[in-house]
Design a protein around this ligand. Structure first.
Ligand SMILES: CC(C)(COP(=O)(O)OP(=O)(O)OC[C@H]1O[C@@H](n2cnc3c(N)ncnc32)[C@H](O)[C@@H]1OP(=O)(O)O)[C@@H](O)C(=O)NCCC(=O)NCCS
Length: 131
């Protein structure tokens, strides 16, 4: 798995029960997945088509450092499917604990917002990377 980004839970990210608001975590996952999809497909024009079930396994509190990792699962003509996992980093033990995970599908689009094929060489490279 590849580290995509790190987020710090701020007081402004907290919901009504002193935990990170779920919608903020969804935005973090979506942003991280979009970054990875763009890097993999060599295109900034990637759009979220689908987010699978999201399990919020552990609460996230203020000042938690959340590392978001991704793994390429599948490559289509215009799509990449990614596994995205958020982990809390513990500064005392240097250990990471999974707090949330999901699967996401991103589509490459053209300037009109329609699906557009991933460059063939890029696609081949991606397919080889998951064989
Ligand atoms: C992304 C979008 C352009 C795709 O439109 P579309 O008409 O489904 O496009 P296509 O039929 O060409 O399909 C494109 C790809 O999506 C896949 N796809 C479409 N519907 C799917 C579904 N329900 N589940 C899984 N894959 C699906 C197709 O299989 C195809 O994959 P491939 O090119 O890798 O073979 C369109 O759905 C869209 O604009 N959605 C809004 C996205 C958005 O705004 N996201 C931000 C979050 S709100």
């Amino acid at each position: 798995m590849r580290l995509i980004s790190t987020k710090i839970c701020k007081t402004s990210d907290i919901g009504v029960n002193n935990n990170l608001f779920g919608g903020v975590m969804l935005a973090w996952l979506d942003e991280a997945g979009g970054i990875m999809a763009a890097e993999l497909c060599c295109s900034p024009n990637m759009i979220t088509l689908k987010m699978d079930e999201v399990l919020f396994k552990k609460p996230v509190k203020v000042n938690d450092h959340i590392r978001i990792y991704g793994q390429l699962l599948n490559v289509g003509n215009s799509t990449v499917s990614l596994y995205i996992e958020a982990r809390r980093f513990c500064f005392d033990t240097f250990e990471e604990e999974t707090v949330c995970s999901t699967k996401m599908l991103y589509v490459k689009i053209d300037k009109n917002g329609n699906s557009s094929p991933i460059n063939l060489l890029v696609k081949e490279k991606l397919i080889n990377s998951i064989k």
